[in-house]
Design a binder for this molecule. Structure first.
Ligand code: ADP
Ligand code: MG
Length: 267
């Protein structure tokens, strides 16, 4: 049994406070959804928890089974059992997917015996073309192929807790269903998932135990699946009034993240 515990987390980027005190606990086998409008701080939350450089933690704590993740670089957080599926997976020219997987398993002290067969079986299970296993990571892949690729990596690496940042952005309905069903099966086997989205569709496949609504860097409501139905009906505006106060402006301006090498986490 593993638990990711986020407590009182506040953080800023380029001097602007984006996260205003996040409390969230995800344990093995649970699916927690975080929903919120553009610019609410969803990607910032995933980046700060995973350890992406460029964000300043102002207060609070993030632990995985008691280990202080905020003290560790991203790769050690991954070794500790945390995994982030990026909203915009990075393209890495010259590095093949199967090589990445072998290296990642070795870094976790795990065997690579039978890896090729395993990758092929996983690829088939989620409809990922097997020839892409031997191509440069994410280079020239479609949006759907990238997310199938991310899902395949998740299945092989078997982290304790995964954060999915808008798995549903940039892929078609078939790919969405295939990825969501695979991840749902992982949660049945004990994966804890923090699922960031602003659409209901993903949650129809990946049924959350708890839904949290994030507005202006703060969780303004938490509840069962009925919250998603309420959102569908009333929109985020119904929750926004609760989020007033001295909060970040939460503009919808792009964060500049994209599929470039600049976006890779530093070692
Ligand atoms: P969401 O994922 O909920 O749409 P983000 O976490 O991407 O929101 O962004 C929250 C706010 O933080 C936005 O106002 C965004 O412009 C700002 N922001 C995020 N990352 C950066 C960055 N690297 N540089 C400047 N501003 C950023
Ligand atoms: Mg985002």
């Amino acid at each position: 049994m593993s638990t990711l515990s986020i407590s009182g987390l506040t953080a800023s980027v380029v001097g602007k406070q984006i996260l205003n005190g996040i409390d969230l606990t995800v344990s093995s086998g649970e699916v927690h959804a975080v929903m919120g409008p553009n610019g609410a701080g969803k990607s910032t939350l995933s980046a700060v928890v995973m350890g992406k450089p460029g964000y300043e933690v102002l207060g609070g704590s993030v632990t995985l089974d008691g280990t202080d993740l905020l003290a560790l670089p991203a790769w050690q957080r991954a070794q500790a059992g945390l995994h982030l599926v990026s909203q915009y997976p990075s393209e890495v020219p010259g590095v093949k997917l199967d090589q990445v997987m072998a290296e990642a398993l070795r870094a976790r002290g795990r065997s690579t015996d039978g890896l090729e067969e395993w990758l092929e079986a996983e690829a088939e299970r989620i409809g990922f073309a097997p020839e892409l296993l031997h191509r440069a990571l994410n280079v020239d892949l479609s949006g759907g192929e990238k997310k199938r690729n991310e899902t395949l990596q998740l299945a092989v690496l078997q982290p304790r807790i995964a954060i999915l940042d808008e798995l549903d952005s940039g892929l078609d309905i078939d790919a969405l269903r295939d990825c969501a069903r695979r991840i749902e099966a992982m949660t049945d086997e004990g994966l804890g998932a923090l699922v960031i989205t602003h659409y209901n569709r993903l949650l129809e496949e990946l049924r959350p135990d708890v839904i949290h609504i994030l507005v202006k860097g703060r969780i303004v409501a938490s509840g069962g699946p009925e919250l998603a139905d309420q959102l569908e009906r009333d929109g985020y505006a119904a929750f926004s009034d609760d989020a007033d106060g001295e909060l970040a402006s939460g503009s919808a301006a792009g964060s500049g993240s994209g599929s470039s090498l600049d976006d890779l986490f530093r070692l």
